[in-house]
Ligand binder design. Structure first.
Ligand code: ADP
Length: 303
């Protein structure tokens, strides 16, 4: 049978080879036994340190993967934004050139060119506002204007603004709203921005079918759903799409315009109001439902 010294030598050799040895059998009554006991303790500490180092290095690998992904998203974002800015600018330049050439010929044509210029300017302003909002979010510098608001009124208002866009794509918009008003404390314009963003996305990513906007009043909160019958979102992207710059639409299906900032801004706004926002979708071509909750303030809670 191997002596305690032989066992210790074998265990030390295993450590040199990069392994963690099994505990060495000891006789705690003699001096050598106590040495072996200390040796076993040391091996245990070594094993714990190795495990901590493994966890740390896994953390660093994960951080590295996230950095690479965020870098990629920012590069794509820059090229998308340049493209988004160029499209309306090119349109404005072309219609101005046409106006200079043929503007005096026919008042109707002139009117049409000017209308196109105004629409392109609106798109530019919208895009620049979204970019500015995005950078305010990064710096945590959104300014809030909190008042008493009626959620149903702002939903009806937001749907009204989006109606032309819905009609243009030949989609239906259906509402499931309670008759009575739902009072909240919140930033009216920012909540309208969330609703318009969700409806705008629903229209953008749906080629046929309907958009449904529903509201459900629960005990301490209200739940708003914006559902579509569009391209859907696979489950691995459900969290990712709320990150800045994230766009997950398959480029093969022809990527609609966008910056990947809208949902990150929506999340910031909803969380500021004490609510949550998430997406439910069974996957590709199964449609999507964006849900957000907002807390109800005391006097509106059921008695
Ligand atoms: P943008 O629409 O400007 O790209 P968003 O932050 O609003 O930015 O959305 C991020 C991404 O989430 C979109 O690019 C798209 O890939 C996905 N997405 C958002 N809404 C929908 C939807 N209703 N259906 C399918 N995909 C969606």
């Amino acid at each position: 049978m191997a002596s305690t010294i032989q066992k210790l030598i074998q265990a030390i050799q295993e450590i040199i080879n990069g392994q963690i040895p099994q505990s060495t059998e000891i006789d705690p009554d003699d001096e050598l036994g106590r040495l072996a006991e200390k040796f076993n303790e040391m091996v245990q500490v070594l094993a714990q340190r190795e495990e901590q180092a493994r966890q740390q290095s896994e953390k660093f690998r994960q951080l590295n993967r996230e950095l690479i992904q965020s870098n990629q998203m920012q590069t794509e974002f820059l090229s998308d934004v340049s493209h988004e800015l160029r499209t309306p600018l090119t349109a404005i330049k072309s219609f101005c050139d046409l106006l200079l050439m043929f503007g005096d010929d026919d008042p109707e044509v002139r009117e049409e060119f000017l209308q196109n210029i105004v629409e392109s300017c609106d798109r530019l302003v919208g895009l620049i506002n979204e970019l500015l909002d995005g950078s305010k979010i990064m710096a945590g510098k959104i300014e809030w204007d909190t008042t008493d608001i009626d959620l149903i009124e702002i939903i009806v208002n937001s749907i009204g603004v989006m109606k032309a866009m819905v009609k243009e794509k030949d989609l239906q918009i259906v509402t499931q709203l309670p008759i009575e008003s739902i009072m909240l404390k919140g930033d009216r314009d920012r909540l309208i921005q969330v609703l318009q963003n969700l409806i705008n996305n629903a229209v953008k990513f749906t080629s046929e079918g309907q958009i449904t906007v529903g509201v459900e009043k629960l005990h301490h909160q209200v739940r708003v759903n914006v559902s579509d019958t569009g391209i859907g979102i696979t489950s691995e992207n459900h969290d990712l799409i709320f990150e800045r710059f994230a766009q997950v639409t398959d480029p093969k299906s022809g990527k609609p315009p966008g910056t990947g900032l809208g949902l990150a801004i929506c999340q910031q706004i909803i969380e500021y109001h004490g609510g949550k926002i998430w997406v439910e979708s069974e996957g590709k071509d199964k449609g999507s439902t964006f849900v957000f909750t907002l807390p109800l303030f005391e006097s509106e809670e059921p008695q």
